[in-house]
Design a protein around this ligand. Sequence first.
Ligand SMILES: Cc1cc2nc3c(=O)[nH]c(=O)nc-3n(C[C@H](O)[C@H](O)[C@H](O)COP(=O)(O)OP(=O)(O)OC[C@H]3O[C@@H](n4cnc5c(N)ncnc54)[C@H](O)[C@@H]3O)c2cc1C
Length: 452
Amino acid sequence: MPAERLVIIGGVAAGMSAATRARRLRPDLEITVLEKGGDVSYGACGLPFYLSGEVQNPDDLVVYTADYFREKRGIIVLLRHEAAQIEPGRKLVHALKERSQPVTIPYDKLIIATGGAPATNIPGADLPGVFTSNDLAGAIRLRKFLEEKRPQRAVIVGSGYIGLEVADAFSKRGLEITLVGRSAGIFEGFAPEICARAEETLASHSIRVVKSAAVKSISGVPNSGELFVHHDSGSESAGVVVLATGIKPQTALAEPAGARLGPTGAIAVDNRMQTSINSIYAAGDCVESRHLVSGKPVYFPLGTTANKQGRVAGENAAGGHATFEGIVGTLATKVFGIEFARTGLSFEDARAGGFHPDSVAIETLAHAKYLGGARLTAVLVWDRSSGRLLGFQVTSPEGGAKRIDAAAVALHARLSIADIPSLDLSYAPPFAGVWEALLIAAKEAVNKSRRR
Ligand SMILES: Cc1cc2nc3c(=O)[nH]c(=O)nc-3n(C[C@H](O)[C@H](O)[C@H](O)COP(=O)(O)OP(=O)(O)OC[C@H]3O[C@@H](n4cnc5c(N)ncnc54)[C@H](O)[C@@H]3O)c2cc1C
């Protein structure tokens, strides 16, 4: 009897996690991964460190090569194979090898792990000197450009965490940087107290920030290498432009095949990562997730989620039973030496989600005063009706991620603010004050609710 066939489209975080899990459970399965690019299993999260030069060799970002998967795990990896169409009725994937040669691959189970694509339709985005930074090949092209053309000035469009990480990387290369963002504050989704710290940090590194400025177009001066970024309130000139305007889910294969999209526009899946089409699963940046605090579908594309979802999709496609229940929206970044992290809902998200939110902002020290006492700002959001913790955000030169992970666990456990002050969180002078930031914020929240 021929082996059962699992085909996976997309070979990065979600796709290769799925392949690995399926192989572990089913040595007999024929597993084929189609990847339109030339790399698999690399850490896109490390791209800013390659741009800065902290990571010298792009191969260092590759966790396992295609050859490793072929030789050690018996997985067929077809690089430069772009899936063009799925025929669920006949269980076929039609692909193009090297952009020209048609190939048809039959499947018994299929996993779509096509990720996201840069969300940009700005006229001029295709000019030389304008880049996105969402995949390894693109980052290699960008760094080559920086090293060969040596531009002095950069405009980064987008003031989310990726825009800031690119700004940090470029600053380490000595570029003069302007960050142009559409929203009124940088770091959309963070509380004003945290955004203010981010703006202070950028100002102290001479990064110019233009806020509330939607970019309309980009133009170039022929043969000079000079670019102009035109936005609501003027134009910025630069030798290099990076578009970090977020990503949108890649649904171009799934939707025509009949897979239902959710309200966010990403592929809708159940808690087994099954799409609305029989035998087809999906995982990673192409799907939406359930937010475990609001209970609503959200599009929150992150590598940590893609890996977990891929593992679940791989297990189920291999005949097992695994579930992925959702996320609490945990994100951490470190830019210009300062950590910024959030989990759960912001005040605005909570209100939009039908809660009756309240919040406190605190200032404390990341560790004991006699060890330097780095300044820490945190914001805690809770529901006034139930006392339930809804969200936590923090910024500090160190220890931000430690606090955010504790808060994320509290959100998963649906703790109330009254539960938190007595949690046995770690304390020693290098890590915290005797009263840890999350505990202080929860105590203040409890006091504030009593005063109401
Ligand atoms: C600069 C940067 C920094 C980041 N930092 C972090 C971080 O610190 N923490 C974190 O959790 N996340 C981070 N992320 C996000 C994380 O990298 C992504 O969430 C993760 O890579 C998603 O994995 P994925 O497998 O779903 O999709 P992708 O990584 O997008 O991979 C999808 C793959 O599918 C392939 N593909 C698409 N369509 C087809 C097709 N038709 N046929 C064949 N192949 C196809 C693509 O070529 C691609 O290789 C960062 C992302 C970037 C860009």
